[in-house]
Design a protein around this ligand. Structure first.
Ligand code: PLP
Length: 476
């Protein structure tokens, strides 16, 4: 594709993206698609002969665009939002154009150095001390994997050199997190060879926050049994209910027990850019590592996860391997080759889109939008609390509301209420106007409205509430 053909097609692509964003509300957020029906729309055989970009883009508009779940739709209130903001999309385009592999300083000096700058910007914006350095990864799952890999090294297991197999004298490694912690923590334990059973799920309280006394007891019992505690994961903003673990109390235990403390703030961490809202984060500045996902609530297109740590050396101990072909003369000078801190070699230039969008929004612009989401969630929680036909099932510290409808016919019967609320959520989602998800809280089906989409306005939340009441009445 010569540059002139690229220019013409590129303008067409930008038009298609702008049209999509402008008209995204004409789509059902969750399109009704029969599972397995899409593959048949595409040929089985790859094309032998070249096709025109015009034909390919037309097929894109016909076959791809309508068949996505529309994360960019302002009625997307399911899961935690990932919105691709305009400046974020432009950053992705420029990243693709430059095509850098940021594995070594030499292979992308500016990607490497701008990553350091952007990590510093975010760290300051979050109100964290200079002692934190860090890097950008694809997802919180990877960030937590890296953090626990580093914790495993810092805990003296020497696993990166010796592995864990056939070393019975080590004792069983142990990682602690609440029953509400994200599955990525368990997956990290699987992947790091610690095993799923190395993760001790510590009991949470009635508000779904980890109970520090239970944590201290679990560690004590494990030490007594000859196990080997290595890390604690505290969550600020759990996936189900957005509950907040008491990080300061957990940090006390981590310090006393000399354990790595990792804070998973993948979703809620963005709130810490608002100084007045840093209460739930108290104590996170004492962590060894913290993950915050710009691709959740900082309007960054997938993928971008920020891993901050005070202990870059432990990351390097866990993941550095430099064969001859990756040795560069620059190694003699104080430059950083980020691949040494991560399991993978090739790295995207993620700092570019963050640099662009942080400048375009300004911290003030980001704060204002996050604040609006928090206010919308408080408003929805207020409507629920004011209506005896509805029951809120968890506190709302950020922008996610969990609740259920108390169908009169099923009052007091949790199993029937579960089925009723599942049917209610499906009915609301079938309207296509909004998309809600669910979870289980205290073993009850909870409808979950997560507000965090850049384009969500008050009218979308009002409409969600209207649809919920309307469909609840229709279900009887
Ligand atoms: C608290 C928490 N941690 C981790 C993750 C995993 O994030 P990612 O998809 O970036 O791996 C999620 C996803 O929603 C989450 O809510």
């Amino acid at each position: 594709m010569d540059p002139e053909a690229f220019r013409t097609a590129g303008h067409d692509v930008v038009d298609r993206i702008a049209d999509y964003l402008q008209t995204v509300e004409r789509h059902a957020v969750l399109p009704s698609i029969e599972p397995g029906s899409l593959a048949a729309l595409f040929p089985t055989e790859p094309p032998e002969d070249p096709e025109s970009i015009a034909a390919i883009l037309d097929d894109y508009s016909r076959l791809v665009e309508p068949n996505v779940t529309h994360w960019q739709h302002p009625g997307f209130l399911a899961y935690f939002a990932t919105t691709a903001s305009g400046p974020g999309i432009l950053g992705e385009m420029l990243t693709a154009g430059i095509g850098s592999n940021a594995m070594l300083w030499r292979t992308s000096p500016v990607a490497t150095e701008l990553e350091g700058v952007v990590v510093g910007w975010l760290r300051r914006a979050l109100g964290l001390p200079d002692a934190f350095d860090g890097l950008l990864t694809d997802t919180a799952s990877t960030s937590s994997l890296i953090a626990l890999g580093a914790a495993r090294e810092a805990g003296g297991l020497e696993a990166s050199r010796l592995g864990l197999a056939g070393r019975p004298t080590l004792g069983r490694p142990r990682v602690y997190a609440s029953t509400e912690a994200h599955s990525s923590v368990e997956k990290a334990c699987m992947t790091l060879g610690l095993g799923r059973e190395s993760l001790v799920r510590v009991a949470a309280d009635a508000e779904f926050a980890l109970r520090p006394e239970a944590l201290a007891e679990a560690i004590g019992a494990d030490r007594g049994a000859g196990h080997r505690p290595i890390a604690i994961v505290a969550t600020v903003g759990t996936t189900s209910s957005t509950s907040v673990d008491p990080v300061a109390a957990i940090a006390d235990i981590a310090e006393r027990e000399v354990l790595w403390l990792h804070v998973d703030a993948a979703y809620a961490g963005a709130v810490a850019i608002i100084p007045e809202r840093r209460g739930p984060f108290e104590g996170w500045e004492r962590a060894d590592s913290i993950v915050v996902n710009p691709h959740k609530w900082l309007f960054t297109p997938l993928d971008a996860s920020l891993l901050l740590t005070r202990r870059m050396d432990s990351l390097r101990d866990a993941f550095s391997l430099v064969p001859e072909y990756l040795r560069t003369l620059d190694r003699e000078t104080p430059v950083r080759d980020y691949n040494e801190f991560t399991p993978q070699l090739g790295r995207r230039f993620r700092a570019l889109k963050l640099w662009i969008l942080l400048r375009w929004f300004g911290l003030e612009g980001l704060r204002r939008r996050i604040e609006r989401h928090i206010e919308l969630a408080a408003q929805l929680a207020g409507w629920i609390d004011a209506d005896t036909a509805w029951q809120r099932l968890a506190p709302v510290p950020f922008s996610t509301v969990c609740f259920r409808h108390l169908s009169p016919g099923a009052a007091g019967e949790d199993a029937r209420l579960d089925a009723h609320n599942a049917a209610l959520m499906e009915a609301v989602n079938r309207t296509g106007e909004v998309f809600l998800s669910h979870t289980r809280l205290a073993d009850r089906f909870a409808i979950r409205v997560a507000i965090g989409n850049l384009r969500t306005e008050p009218r979308h939340v009002e409409r969600a509430w209207e649809l919920l009441r309307q469909e609840a009445a229709a279900l009887g």
